[in-house]
Design a protein around this ligand. Structure first.
Ligand SMILES: Nc1ncnc2c1ncn2[C@@H]1O[C@H](COP(=O)(O)OP(=O)(O)OP(=O)(O)O)[C@@H](O)[C@H]1O
Length: 263
């Protein structure tokens, strides 16, 4: 059987806590559903990581922010919070690194076995999926410890989708890490996963449907731009593609003469 052990999540609700100065946060509730794409933006130190950490630990007024997280409208059951096999949330950060001396295939197979799932092509599916997120090809025979940052994060997102089958994926500032963010968003939306990015990247911010703006440790605004930003998104997609080309040229050792900056 290849059943998911994560429980069915219809809604995840964030209830307000307090700002860094102890005042009540100014929103009623934020509800996240499968398929939602959300970015968390704001200046350095504004509380973005604290916000997704609250989601990751299912805060119950017991973190510095005093927020509460409800699952399907209620306080989450204990096993949902404590049993890693049942946890419906995967968090992938810039610092995600795998020290296991295993091949990619062995690593994924071990994860499958720990979840009592049979490998009927799931490992291959996870590797194929990871390869859709990164331009640096991942093969099953590669050692986990030799993967680049982009490959590792792509594999962990694919692992969260294919093996953990978690309905909610949190990504903390992974934008410069060699992953195709538009593909990640597109595929996770297709697979009906909720994805929440902490980001400083304008392209990611505009690719997501909802934008939560943080300030002083609190949610300052919740934006749902809809069509209003469609033209800006087209322009930013082009700028992002140009920046990627430039990055590749610099990586390959090219000297950028002023004449040839625009590729
Ligand atoms: N509501 C809050 N009440 C009290 N302290 C808070 C609150 N929110 C965040 N903090 C604290 O403020 C500090 C900065 O928060 P955080 O790391 O979440 O910011 P950030 O926006 O992720 O910053 P960066 O962009 O630099 O990663 C942390 O020490 C955090 O614990």
């Amino acid at each position: 059987m290849t059943q998911s052990t994560s429980p069915s999540i219809q809604t995840l609700t964030i209830l307000p806590g307090t700002t860094r100065t102890g005042d009540p946060e100014n929103f009623t509730e934020i509800t996240i559903r499968p398929g939602d794409t959300i970015s968390i933006v704001g200046p350095t130190g504004s509380g973005k990581t604290a916000f997704i950490n609250d989601i990751e630990v299912f805060a119950q007024g017991d973190t510095i922010t005093k927020r509460k997280i409800l699952v399907n409208g209620s306080e989450p059951a204990d096993d949902l919070v404590r049993d890693p096999a049942k946890k419906p949330i995967a968090m992938i950060t810039q610092n995600t690194k795998c020290l296991a001396d295993l091949t990619v295939e062995e690593f994924l197979t071990m994860h499958l076995r720990s979840r009592k799932m049979e490998n009927i092509g799931i490992v291959d599916d996870a590797i194929d999926l990871a390869n859709q997120f990164t331009g640096e090809k991942i093969a099953g025979c590669m050692r986990m410890s030799s993967l680049s940052g982009g490959q590792t994060r792509s594999l962990f997102v694919a692992d969260a989708v294919s093996i953990s089958d978690t309905p909610i994926i949190l990504l903390d500032e992974v934008e410069n890490a060699g992953i195709f963010k538009d593909r990640v968003i597109e595929i996770l939306r297709e697979k009906h996963k909720a994805i929440i990015f902490v980001t400083h990247d304008p392209y990611v911010a505009l690719l997501t449907e909802k934008r939560i703006v943080m300030k002083g440790g609190a949610v300052e605004k919740i934006l749902t731009p809809g069509d209003e930003e469609r033209d800006a998104l087209t322009q930013i997609a082009k700028m992002d593609a140009d920046m990627m080309k430039l990055r590749e040229r610099i990586r390959s050792g090219e000297l950028l003469s002023a004449r040839r900056v625009e590729a």
